[in-house]
Design a protein around this ligand. Structure first.
Ligand code: NI
Length: 387
């Protein structure tokens, strides 16, 4: 099963869909035009079922194989949303909306999964049911969580689920994956330090919140360096510090700090949350101030099931012969984690060549990757549900 010849024939058509999505980027759950186009195309391919409005603006297509006697159901997922970035690629099909851009290649993911759906609906050379999942709001809104909460997995009886993301820096046609944790959990926190403001020339009459905040920032770095096992990954970053004073001679009453925590292991995640609270509150207390922690869990760790990762590697190897099956994990986060928490599956990277990194205004998805990505999606269905 090399790159499927049909995708060489379909390449101009799939590329045209991709560039149309690229010209019309939409954010978070407001992917109405994109979702409408996806649903329209799925219907035109002759999918057995097309349902819109799953998880607000998600779309699900169902394609039954030549037979469904096996009772097996495999899910394939792509994301549809863009980013609030002003495009600087200069391509003729650049975003028509200033301040919005497909800077993460979700236009490419959606187009490749549509290509696979068209092929699967034409050929149906599998025993079981393929469920193609197009999700909104990967970039921060939790669209994957919303689709799961909407009962998608049970409604269509999805047994395994597979997702893909392009990756600059990896050659086009090359895949990268690992079993276990591949993307981090991303949490956010705010620490509010309250002291006693006053005249900067009379520090003895104040409780200096700026100094307390500085001590907390330094002490938080002991979590990664002194508290967590060095063999485990953790990031604790304080990213904003804001006082309620704008004067050079006023000690502020309140300081607010915001930051992010990235972890690869649920136990480390719990531990870090607890340590941040202890350090913030304890440091403030020692210096006569008060600190309050607001900690918010974001996307969980993206965990590839070992067996399904093996299947994903086999198909990728068959498609291009170029697979890094032990790629290092990334500290970014991925909304597909919510689907992988529900069902075993795997998430794979597909090379985008030597381009700007995702989320950069000069980034663009490489259309040469389409035959590889579409072949992998379709190949997962044929390999997991052979006739
Ligand atoms: Ni992305």
């Amino acid at each position: 099963m090399p790159v499927k010849n049909r995708f060489a024939e379909l390449l101009p058509e799939i590329t045209a869909w991709r560039r149309d999505f690229h010209e019309h980027p939409e954010l978070l759950f407001d992917v109405h035009r994109t979702a409408g186009r996806v649903a329209e195309l799925l219907r035109s391919f002759g999918c057995d079922e097309v349902v819109e409005g799953i998880g607000r603006t998600g779309v699900v297509g169902v394609i039954r194989g030549r037979t469904t006697a096996s009772g097996r159901v495999v899910g394939l997922r792509a994301d549809m949303d863009a980013l609030p970035i002003t495009e600087q690629t200069g391509v003729p099909y650049a975003s028509r909306t200033p301040g919005k851009m497909h800077a993460c290649g979700h236009d490419g993911h959606t187009a490749m999964l549509l290509g696979a759906a068209k092929y699967l609906a034409e050929t149906r050379a599998f025993d079981g049911t393929a469920v193609v999942i197009f999700q909104p709001a990967e970039e921060g809104g939790g669209g994957g969580r919303e689709m799961v909460a909407d009962g998608m997995m049970d409604r269509w009886g999805v047994q395994e689920v597979y997702g893909m993301h392009n990756m600059p820096g990896i050659p086009v046609g090359q895949f990268a994956i690992r079993p276990g944790a591949i993307m981090a959990a991303a949490d956010q926190f705010e620490i509010v330090v309250t002291g006693k403001g006053g005249h900067a020339a009379k520090p003895h009459d104040c409780i200096d919140t700026t100094l307390v905040a500085a001590q907390i920032i330094v002490a938080l770095q002991t979590i990664a360096s002194r508290n967590v096992d060095p063999m485990k990954q953790v990031v604790v970053s304080v990213c904003t510090v804001q006082t309620d004073s704008t004067a050079h001679n006023v000690i502020p009453q309140v300081v607010r700090m915001k930051g992010t925590v990235r972890t690869m292991d649920a136990r480390v995640q719990d531990f870090v949350e607890e340590r941040i609270a202890r350090i913030a509150e304890g440091t403030a207390l020692a210096l006569g101030a008060q600190a309050e922690l607001h900690y918010q869990r974001g996307y969980p760790v993206t965990v590839n099931a070992p067996e399904q990762t093996g299947f994903a590697v086999e198909v990728a190897r068959a498609v291009s012969g170029r697979v890094d099956a032990d790629t290092p994990p990334l500290m970014g986060a991925e909304d597909f984690s919510f689907m992988l928490n529900e069902r075993p599956g795997a998430y794979i990277f597909l090379g985008n060549g030597d381009t700007a990194m995702v989320h950069h205004p000069a980034y663009n998805f490489d259309d040469n990757a389409i035959p590889f990505g579409a072949s992998w999606y379709a190949g997962m269905v044929e390999a997991r549900m052979p006739v």
